[in-house]
Design a protein around this ligand. Structure first.
Ligand SMILES: [Fe+2]
Length: 216
């Protein structure tokens, strides 16, 4: 007796998400932290104008704009607003680590690097990961119209020997590449192994952000 087609699926199956990549996103614009965004924006511009070593490094390395990546280990020392930033990020990195149920072995993640980025129109930053840290992120201070999003890649790319692409309308968590557009005041956190890039800044003005690494 053949099985009737209607009986082939006697109960709905589960699709179980495994090895999920989780990105943390929040926005401080219009909150009690809004003034801190302005202070950090001014501090970042001040640093970009004053840090001649960072300007020279950016020129030498083809960074279209300014980054303090090589001239300061941590920008906390560059002004009181940056110390406030560290205190703020300490809290959010801990929340993210708790949401991801990381076993922190009783320790609090601490900032190991932070750097200011002033990306000029036409500037970009190719795909990369952040070694020697567990959580990385960026706080966005100036995001003019047309400014680059932050683009994440599925970390399983190297194993996708014969996997079909997903439809453009597929859910965000099924896309192989996902661009997340920040606004002024957006904070994004991700695990440091997650490869990401900043496509070309198509805004007519500078896109300003502060990036950072945390480790145990
Ligand atoms: Fe990065």
């Amino acid at each position: 007796m053949p099985i009737a087609p209607a009986d082939l699926i006697p109960a709905p199956a589960d699709v179980v998400p495994l090895f999920v990549t989780e990105v943390y996103r929040t926005n401080f614009g219009g909150t009690a932290l809004d003034p801190l965004i302005d202070r950090l924006d001014a501090g970042a511009r001040r640093l970009a104008a004053a840090d001649t070593a960072g300007q020279a490094w950016s020129d030498r390395n083809g960074y279209l704009g300014y980054t303090s990546y090589d001239s300061f280990d941590i920008v906390t020392d560059a002004g009181p607003e940056f110390a406030d930033l560290t205190a703020l990020l300490d809290v959010h990195v801990m929340i993210y680590a708790q949401l991801l149920e990381m076993d922190l072995r009783g320790k609090a993640p601490r900032m190991t690097r932070s750097w200011v980025n002033v990306l000029h129109p036409g500037g970009a930053h190719g795909g990369h990961v952040h070694p020697h840290s567990i959580v990385s992120g960026t706080l966005y201070l100036s995001v003019p119209d047309g400014a680059s999003a932050l683009q994440f890649e599925d970390p399983r790319h190297t194993r996708m020997m014969h996997a079909p692409m997903r439809r453009p309308s597929a859910r965000a968590d099924r896309q192989p590449v996902m661009a997340m557009a920040p606004a002024r005041g957006t904070l994004m956190l991700w695990e440091s192994w997650l490869r990401h890039e900043v496509p070309t800044n198509r805004a007519g003005e500078e896109r300003i952000s502060i990036s950072f690494n945390y480790d145990l």
